[in-house]
Design a protein around this ligand. Structure first.
Ligand code: NDP
Length: 330
């Protein structure tokens, strides 16, 4: 079988040379283990943070070892009483075609609720992130104005739609006209193309003349600065990600106006979705209902084959995805 290993830690934007495609034998099964053939794997921006050799909330990837991350696969051999051949499972052994591991490492998914790949997107980690940020961190209320950055991505597309379901007015920021059109289709009331907007604060002011109550932060830098300018008193910011900074080789520019957080009595709260996993069943129930009712639409950008995974990952930082970036393995 084949797997992708980290060849070197990237400096700046990763390149193909930072990855290595390797062939490795499939070990025989021990009691309690299963052999899973991966169908889909996820590439996510947070993986860039694991390509830096430093301590963080999750350990760094090791040079010469297979990368890992969210994946969905099918059990093709089983020595476990808990999982049988044909079961579809969610797990963390992405970046490879097959995996052998103990059954407790796999989470059985119900493909009647959503198709296998959706468990890496809308009803998986990114969807859970959007839901957590809006309902548990920012606590968005009906009638409020919510600003979402990277709004056409995996987390953003779901955040826009959940905010609409919650009864909010939504302003979305995206990087192209095509993505702006998508954001409108998903229900955004106003859209900013941050690449063509000369002044983000002015653009946000046009989109939300009365100001914003909540900012769902995915980008950092000038987006956070514009949001701070437009936040109303007692506004809230769910600090989810700062993708603008992940490949920075110099100290990134911070918002120059952070002092407004004091003047306006703002609440800025960072969060990591894995801390909220206890609420995943609650989220799955809600999301399955929204999907079944057609209240949430999903979008995927699909790359084919394990060898395409590094490029799919790098593409996240070039805005090559609309909705969830996925790699189809089988
Ligand atoms: P996306 O699907 O949104 O993919 C990345 C998108 O970000 C791109 O398509 C691009 O869209 C945009 N982007 C890339 N570089 C820049 C830049 N320099 N400035 C502005 N936009 C940029 O990824 P996810 O939905 O998976 O993740 C979104 C954010 O949420 C990330 O910051 C991620 O780290 C964070 N996150 C945090 C979690 C947590 O637990 N806190 C969990 C999951 C994700 P465009 O064309 O519009 O520029």
């Amino acid at each position: 079988t084949r797997e992708i290993r980290l060849a070197s830690y990237p400096a700046g934007l990763p390149t193909a040379a930072n990855f290595e495609l390797a062939t490795t034998p499939v070990p025989p099964l021990k009691q309690g283990e299963v052999l899973v053939k991966n169908l889909w794997m996820s590439v996510d921006p947070y993986m860039r943070g694991r390509m830096v050799n430093r301590e963080s909330y999750i350990p760094p990837f090791q040079i010469g070892k297979a990368l890992d991350g969210g994946a969905v696969g099918e059990v093709i051999e089983s020595s476990s009483p808990r999982l049988k051949v044909g079961d579809v499972v969610l797990h963390q052994f992405g970046w490879r075609e097959h995996v052998v591991a103990t059954d407790s490492a796999f989470h059985l998914i119900d493909t009647r609720l959503a198709p296998p790949q959706a468990w890496l997107g809308a009803i998986g980690m990114p969807g859970m992130t959007a839901w957590t940020g809006l309902t548990r961190i920012a606590r968005a209320q009906p009638g409020e104005t919510v600003f979402v950055s990277a709004a056409s991505g995996a987390v953003g597309t779901i955040a826009v739609q959940i905010a609409k379901i919650l009864g909010c007015r939504v302003v979305a920021s995206v990087g192209s006209e095509e993505k702006a059109e998508l954001a409108r289709t998903l229900g955004a009331d106003a859209v900013i193309n941050y690449r063509s907007a000369r002044d983000l604060t002015a653009a946000l002011h046009m989109a939300a003349p009365e100001g914003i109550d909540v900012y769902f932060e995915n980008v950092g830098g000038s987006h956070l600065e514009a949001a701070l300018n437009l936040l109303k008193p007692n506004g809230r910011v769910a600090l989810c990600g700062m993708i603008e900074q992940y490949n920075a080789t110099e100290a990134p520019r911070g918002p120059a106006n952070l002092g407004l957080a004091i003047v306006k009595r703002l609440r800025l709260e960072g969060f990591i979705v894995s801390d909220h996993w206890g609420h995943y069943p609650e989220f799955v129930k809600a999301m399955a209902g929204w999907l079944a009712a057609g209240k949430i639409q999903t979008r995927d950008t699909i790359r084919e084959g394990l060898a395409a995974a590094p490029d799919a990952f790098i593409g996240l930082f070039r805005g090559e995805n609309t909705g969830k970036m996925l790699v189809k393995l089988a």
